[in-house]
Design a protein around this ligand. Structure first.
Ligand code: HEM
Ligand code: HEM
Length: 185
């Protein structure tokens, strides 16, 4: 058994996951602010974001242990157990994604793919100039930025609550915690 205040350090995020994450963040933020009428740069960056997500989906099957969907997919059983732990005021150390974080991650990736699709459709003869499609694309982009804001804030707050370097781990790949379990009183 570990001594009570020992530090646990785990290598959780492989280089692919880390490069994927920060590249995706850069693409999304860049495309949100640089629209240039949906011209070359916007399209290139948007398709790059979609490509990153597709590569991440593949990595979810062949990547390292904590990158695999099998490790963190938010099944109803995992979600119920996680919510019960939160209600009981318990914050167990989670080496990989916690189920709510995983749900958010899937939502963010789905929105990026939906932006790629609605962006592409706007460039086709069939849908060119369709206002509803432009509005859908804009709505998806606003939703993505809003959810990403909540996601980033949650990563910072939960990291503090559980005394785990969540954001640092997405940079170095290593998660550190004390005791392996934190009871919030
Ligand atoms: C447009 C903005 C963002 C998007 C689209 C995004 C998307 C994602 C995705 C898809 C993942 C899952 C990573 C994987 O397993 O491959 C993730 C995880 C994560 N993101 Fe972001 N992210 C964004 C911004 C941020 C920012 C600004 C921060 C820092 C404050 C951040 C911190 C994290 C952390 C700490 C994790 C891992 C959470 C855990 O330990 O379970 N993200 N993000
Ligand atoms: C991360 C992915 C993307 C994000 C965050 C994003 C975001 C945005 C935003 C915020 C706008 C402005 C909406 C408004 O009028 O208020 C926009 C417009 C547009 N986007 Fe994207 N987009 C993405 C991907 C794409 C892709 C892949 C394409 C096409 C291949 C594309 C094509 C367009 C076009 C044609 C417009 C219309 C420009 C105009 O109103 O003149 N987008 N996008």
């Amino acid at each position: 058994m570990r001594p009570p205040d020992s530090e646990l350090a785990l290598r959780v995020w492989d280089p692919f996951v880390r490069v994927f994450h920060w590249s995706l963040v850069s693409c999304v933020i860049l495309n949100f602010f640089v629209v240039d009428d949906g011209e070359t740069l916007h399209q290139f960056v948007g398709y790059t974001a979609s490509g990153l997500v597709v590569a991440r989906l593949v990595w979810g099957f062949v990547g390292s242990e904590y990158a695999r969907f099998a490790n963190f997919f938010p099944t109803p059983v995992r979600l119920r157990a996680h919510l019960a732990a939160i209600r009981a005021g318990r914050h167990d150390f989670q080496p990989g994604h916690n189920p709510l974080g995983a749900l958010m991650m899937l939502a963010l990736m789905t929105l990026v793919l939906a932006l790629g699709l609605t962006g592409f459709l706007q460039t086709t003869d069939l849908f060119w100039g369709e206002e509803w499609l432009e509005e859908l694309h804009a709505g998806l982009a606003t939703t993505l930025i809003a959810l990403a804001g909540i996601h980033a804030a949650a990563a910072i707050v939960i990291g503090r609550l559980e005394r785990v370097n969540l954001v640092g781990a997405m940079i170095t790949g290593i998660k550190r915690t004390r005791n392996g379990r934190v009871d919030v009183r």
